[in-house]
Design a protein around this ligand. Structure first.
Ligand SMILES: [Zn+2]
Length: 222
C-alpha cells in the first residue's frame, strides 16, 4: 500500500482546492479526485474509497460559514459513506440517485425509506432506480431531486459526479448516453447555486472524460 496515503491526501486536497475556488466566488469548480470518496464513512472505507472527498468539502464549507450544504450524488452506486456521515444532521442535505441496492453495490444502504435520523430526519433522500433505467426515468428522478434541493435552499451544492450511469459502463446497468450528460449539467445549473463537482466513479475508460466533460460543458453553457 506504499503511496496510498499520498494519493488519498492528494485527492481530498484537490477537493479542498476546488472548494476554495467556489468559496472565493467562482460559479463552479471541478475536482478530478482519485481515489474517489463516496463509499467512505466516518470509520470505514469501501469501493476504492478511503476518505470521503465530497463530505470533507461539504464540512469545509460549513466550517467557513455556509449555513446549509447539499450533496447531490449522481454516481451509479449509492453513496453510503456520505449518507452515513450526515445521516443525523439537518445542515447537510444528502440526495442519492443510484442503482437499487437490492441488486447493486453497496447492497446494504440506499433504500428509499432511509430518510435520516433525529435532527436529520427528512434530510437524506434516496432514489433507487431499476436496472435498465434510461434518460427518461433517470432525468425524472433528477428533476424531483432538484426540486427538493431548491426547497432546501442551500448556500452551496456539492455534486458527487459519477459517470458510471453510462450505457456502456462495464459494471453498471443504467442506459444514459453521452449526449445526455450535457443535459445533466444544464439542469443542475438551473438551481443557480455555487457548485463544486467532485469526481466519483466511471469505468467505461474511453468515455469517462467525454461524459464528465459533457456534464461540465452543459453546466457552463446553461
Ligand atoms: Zn459508482
Amino acid at each position: 500500500m506504499a503511496g496510498s496515503w499520498e494519493a488519498i491526501k492528494s485527492s481530498f486536497d484537490t477537493a479542498l482546492t476546488a472548494a476554495g475556488l467556489v468559496a472565493a466566488g467562482e460559479r463552479a469548480a471541478f475536482a478530478l479526485c482519485r481515489p474517489p470518496g463516496h463509499h467512505a464513512g466516518t470509520a470505514f472505507m469501501g469501493g476504492y474509497c478511503y476518505l470521503n472527498n465530497a463530505a470533507i468539502a461539504a464540512q469545509w464549507f460549513r466550517d467557513r460559514g455556509a449555513g446549509r450544504v447539499t450533496i447531490l450524488d449522481i454516481d451509479y452506486h449509492h453513496g453510503n459513506g456520505t449518507q452515513e456521515i450526515f445521516y443525523a444532521r439537518a445542515d447537510v442535505q444528502v440526495i442519492n440517485l443510484h442503482g437499487d441496492p437490492l441488486t447493486e453495490y453497496p447492497h446494504f444502504l440506499g433504500h428509499r425509506d432511509e430518510r435520516g435520523a433525529g435532527p436529520g430526519e427528512g434530510f437524506n433522500l434516496n432514489y433507487p432506480l431499476p436496472a435498465g433505467t434510461d434518460w427518461a426515468g433517470w432525468s425524472a428522478a433528477l428533476d424531483d431531486a432538484l426540486a427538493r434541493i431548491a426547497a432546501y435552499a442551500p448556500d452551496i451544492l456539492v455534486v458527487s459526479l459519477g459517470v458510471d450511469t453510462f450505457e456502456k459502463d462495464p459494471i453498471s446497468a443504467f442506459r444514459l448516453r453521452s449526449h445526455d450528460y450535457p443535459h445533466i449539467g444544464a439542469r443542475i445549473a438551473g438551481l443557480d447555486l455555487p457548485t463544486l463537482f467532485v469526481m466519483e466513479g466511471g469505468y467505461a475508460v474511453a468515455e469517462i472524460g467525454v461524459n464528465a466533460v459533457g456534464v461540465l460543458t452543459g453546466f457552463e453553457g446553461a
